[in-house]
Design a binder for this molecule. Structure first.
Ligand SMILES: Nc1ncnc2c1ncn2[C@@H]1O[C@H](COP(=O)(O)OP(=O)(O)OP(=O)(O)O)[C@@H](O)[C@H]1O
Ligand SMILES: [Mg+2]
Length: 327
């Protein structure tokens, strides 16, 4: 599916790739295009080092969906990981001993080591997961956006949260077993040592909910009629290897990818200095490889974007940029 069709039909589009290649630019330019084609669009930056506001030329209050003045149908959101972590505080360090203020009391009991292990466990990628979950919550509940565009953090762990349900299952299972083993002791201890009834610990429920919303999100994200991941790259060798790894990861998680954007290309028709000629030749060599690997072998649609003289910021330039994105 061409990017244009995707912008007109899909519910979610994610832009990702190596650092500095133009993800934010492609995401905001696409978002403007979609908004101007009557799709109520929300663009979300999940990169903790946000630059979405800079790209759109305005301040975005952290964690708050903000309508973009002058563009109908466009809302932008930079998610605030700190806020999200605070919201889920206590969840990353679930303590089955909750409510038993008796330090040292259970030392020497064999189960203690397990417990220590359990309380210090942080599933990998959990903070990114919370950030994205916050976003998924927004998507699933309060909104009536037609299209949600993600400007993701540089390659790496963007989608690692998708494997979290399995990790969490193990985690929840372990926690549950521990609870059962400890149940009677805890009951006894509590009745002996604690004067007032402590609040019920609901960490298990929260974990279950977390797991289920990731499973739901996974359903949406792996459905090619709903979501597509657009890879952004530049024509350099390192970017080719990194794009290969990213595609592998996306494939592993069943995330649909049909378009790859090759950004910042020196133009052949331009008069260039020696330095720029050398760079253009380097790009050209890599471009041949990119066509062979990603188009011929993997059947991806390639979108070429020229290197502009100026940085691409704010409405007019983003608009001009979108003419290359949507041919
Ligand atoms: N085709 C282009 N021509 C000229 N400048 C460009 C082009 N594409 C992007 N830029 C500029 O390059 C810089 C980096 O772009 P952008 O912020 O979109 O990259 P990114 O991949 O989101 O970076 P990060 O990994 O830091 O989030 C920006 O200043 C942007 O304006
Ligand atoms: Mg960016």
């Amino acid at each position: 599916m061409e990017l244009k069709e995707m912008l007109l039909n899909l519910k979610i589009i994610m832009f990702g790739g190596k650092g500095g290649v133009g993800k934010t630019t492609c995401a905001s330019s696409s978002a403007i295009w979609a908004a101007e084609h009557s799709r109520n669009t929300l663009i979300i930056s999940t990169d903790p080092a946000h630059s979405l506001g800079d790209s759109l030329g305005m301040d975005l209050p952290p964690g708050e969906p903000t309508p973009i003045p002058g563009i109908n149908n466009l809302t932008a959101l930079e998610i605030d990981p700190k806020k999200n972590l605070a919201e889920y505080k206590g969840l990353t360090n679930v303590n089955p001993m909750e409510g038993m203020d008796m330090p040292g009391l259970m030392e020497g009991i064999p189960m203690m080591e397990d417990l220590q292990d359990l309380t210090s466990m942080n599933p990998p990628g959990i903070d990114e997961a919370f950030a994205l979950l916050k976003v998924l919550e927004i998507i699933e509940t309060e909104h009536d956006y037609d299209l949600v565009i993600f400007d993701t953090a540089p390659t790496g762990h963007t989608l690692r949260f998708l494997s979290l349900p399995e990790t969490l299952s193990g985690w929840i299972g372990k926690l549950l077993k521990m609870r059962l083993k400890l149940g009677s002791i805890m009951g006894l201890m509590k009745s002996l040592f604690s004067s007032n009834e402590k609040e019920k610990d609901n960490s298990l429920e929260v974990l279950e909910r977390l797991k289920n919303s990731i499973i739901n999100a996974r359903e949406d994200l792996t459905n090619p009629l709903k979501n597509s991941f657009v890879v952004v790259m530049i024509p350099e060798e390192m970017a080719i290897s990194e794009t290969g790894r990213l595609l592998n990861e996306l494939y592993k998680f069943n995330i649909p990818v049909s378009n790859i954007i090759i950004n910042q290309l020196y133009q052949t028709e331009e008069e260039l200095c020696d330095f720029c000629k050398a760079r253009r030749n380097m790009q050209h060599r890599n471009l041949l490889n990119i066509y062979k690997i990603f188009k011929e072998n993997l059947g991806k649609i390639l979108i070429e974007i020229p290197l502009f003289r100026e940085e691409i910021r704010e409405y007019d330039r983003l608009k001009e940029f979108s003419e290359y994105l949507i041919k």
